[in-house]
Design a protein around this ligand. Structure first.
Ligand SMILES: Nc1ncnc2c1ncn2[C@@H]1O[C@H](COP(=O)(O)OP(=O)(O)OP(=O)(O)O)[C@@H](O)[C@H]1O
Length: 343
């Protein structure tokens, strides 16, 4: 018997995002493709400036001028099974507004910037509920808000609901942010560096919470992080980005156990290890990510790559080559034609 053909929840194909600046057109996202299956977690990984946030904003059609989606498609297939081409929708349209929050919600690194300091957290969650479910009464929305605060394991939700954002700790604020994001029952949660601003203990509690909520609610997650260690705790799939390109992607277990792109290997090498002598230096990747307007010719990573092959990597852009089942890397080292290319 053949398996039914189930579409992924979200499919991104050949996405290009450009910024039109005074010094010219800058490509922050360069032909990115990935899919997120229903209920699964994809981690988007890379150093600062690799295009992770711009990619996630594009998914909600929130890239603001001077940036815009120049080409590519984003397709969302929700519970009704109907495929919707999000890239055809206007950013300010009613259907896009409903889509944000009700189908796909987002949380950020620093919740404080997403809250209005003048309103209690309860008032802010209630407004969110009413915006998406206008038929709900205010007291009904308040009950939903209390339930949501309980769902994210905050103590005494009926008391906390009347607190202002500044009266909560960073970890509590992040929990409230998650409650607010989940109050309309989205199928996909985009989490952009949600634990970066937290201490390690709170970080691990929030990661646990996200994992528990995901299995309770069956939602998918796009988890954006610069930290492979964090990604390894949450991800089913990993896509590694460098200078706007996906340079490696595959099942998290495969990418972490057999990293095939030198950039992924370098990111793994730069992780602190419990056995490492505290006095020794971490293996930081040499140099910095160039800005997209200084895009190197050839492979975008060759200027920092320990394994770069002169005459090849500085001349030609590698494709994404298969290096295992569902595992691909954009590197000539895994190109089956490598010996021919080397001559
Ligand atoms: N408003 C803007 N104007 C011009 N270029 C921009 C703008 N916003 C982003 N970019 C470009 O997009 C690139 C990618 O930025 P993005 O924020 O997606 O990176 P990131 O990988 O998420 O890093 P970080 O973790 O620091 O946010 C930047 O290096 C910058 O060149």
């Amino acid at each position: 018997m053949t398996e039914p053909n189930v579409s992924p929840l979200l499919s991104v194909d050949d996405l290009v995002v450009e910024f039109h600046t005074e010094s010219g057109v800058v490509r922050a996202v360069n032909g990115v493709s990935f899919a997120i299956e229903k209920g699964a977690t994809l981690a988007l990984i890379g150093e600062s400036g690799c295009g992770k946030s711009v990619t996630s904003l594009a998914l909600l059609n929130l890239v603001r001028a001077p940036g815009k989606i120049a080409s590519g498609t984003i397709t969302y297939t929700g519970d009704d099974g109907e495929a919707r081409l999000i890239t055809d929708w206007k950013s300010s349209s009613e259907q896009m507004r409903q889509f944000r929050g009700a189908e796909v919600a987002m949380i950020f690194q620093e919740p404080m910037t997403s809250f209005d300091p003048l309103f209690t957290i309860g008032e802010q969650i209630v407004e969110m509920v009413l915006a998406h479910r206008p038929k709900t009464s205010r007291s009904g929305a308040r009950d939903i808000a209390i339930d949501m605060l309980g769902l994210v394991r905050l103590p005494q939700p009926e008391v906390l609901i009347d607190r202002y954002p500044h009266q909560l700790s960073g970890g509590m604020r992040q929990r409230v942010m998650i409650a607010m994001a989940l109050c309309c029952g989205p199928n996909l949660l985009i989490a952009d560096e949600p634990t970066t601003a937290l201490d390690v203990t709170t970080e691990s509690q929030i990661l646990d919470l996200l994992r528990q909520l995901q299995s309770e609610l069956g939602m998918a997650m796009l988890f954006i992080t610069h930290d492979l260690a964090v990604a390894s705790e949450v991800a089913d799939e990993i896509a590694v980005m460098y200078l706007g390109y996906v340079v490696e992607r595959g099942a998290a277990a495969d990418v972490l156990s057999s990293p095939s792109h030198p950039y992924t290997r370098a990111l793994l090498d730069s992780l602190p290890n419990i056995d490492t002598d505290p006095a020794s230096r971490l293996n930081a990747i040499k140099g910095m990510v160039p800005t997209p307007d200084e895009m190197p010719r050839g492979c975008p990573f060759h200027t920092r790559c320990r394994e770069a092959m002169p005459g090849l990597c500085d001349q030609r852009l590698p494709e994404l080559y298969a290096c295992g089942q569902g595992h691909q890397a954009r590197c000539f080292l895994v190109d089956p034609q490598l010996e021919v290319l080397r001559g």
